[in-house]
Design a protein. Structure first.
Length: 209
């Protein structure tokens, strides 16, 4: 299955490439955060496929009673699981807290508490499908993988725990703006998970479960 994964920066050429058929065959869109929801809605309209996203640290707090806090026609995967095209998905939004009043920002301790909220849903997947997860979608990278020492771009240790426990085949994240090729920086975690930074976008082909 072909997935279009996007994060952090709107790519103007996508507006031209989509009508030209460059993304023909894409069956799912995954956003790792920090993109205007109007942009996500545009992608859904053009490609007419399911879009799953997690909020980044520059996105608004999700509030069903306020307009503009959700991407219409898209699924907010933060602390949720979903099954689509045979794949088991789960999401974990936000980043490390670097401002006291930051939205979608969490201390390492709070991030672990949030991960604990996701764990029972992954456990139910394991009992029902024989595996907990195929693709983990986050905004932040794991701690010590693709992150850096700056206060705003340190990874979340709770994501490392999720990778160790759920053992997904893939982990997509954003937040880190690499200048060099992302492909050359892909990491295999514990011999089970391919960690991919999708900034600003990547076409990824994976086998259906």
């Amino acid at each position: 299955m072909k997935i279009l994964a996007v994060s952090d920066q709107e790519v103007e050429q996508i507006y031209d490439l989509v009508p030209q058929g460059y993304f023909k065959g894409v069956e799912m869109i995954i956003s790792c955060g920090d993109l205007r929801y109007e942009y996500l809605e545009y992608l859904v309209t053009l490609l007419n496929v399911d879009l799953f996203y997690v909020p980044g640290n520059h996105d608004p707090a999700d509030d069903p009673d306020l307009s503009g806090t959700r991407a219409a026609g898209c699924t907010n995967l933060d602390l949720e699981t979903a099954r689509a095209k045979g794949l088991l998905l789960a999401g974990f939004g936000g980043s490390i807290q670097y401002r006291p009043d930051g939205i979608n920002q969490y201390t390492q301790t709070v991030a672990f508490l949030r991960a604990a909220m996701l764990a029972p849903k992954l456990w139910r997947n394991r009992r029902r499908y024989g595996r907990a997860l195929d693709v983990l979608v986050t905004h932040s990278p794991p701690y010590g993988v693709h992150d850096d020492d700056s206060r705003a771009h340190r990874g979340l240790k709770a994501i490392n725990w999720l990778l160790d426990w759920a053992k997904p085949r893939y982990h997509f994240h954003g937040h880190i703006h690499f200048v060099q090729s992302n492909v050359s920086r892909d990491v295999i975690w514990r011999e089970t998970t391919s960690i991919l930074n999708v900034y600003p976008y990547r076409l990824i082909e994976i086998q259906d479960a």
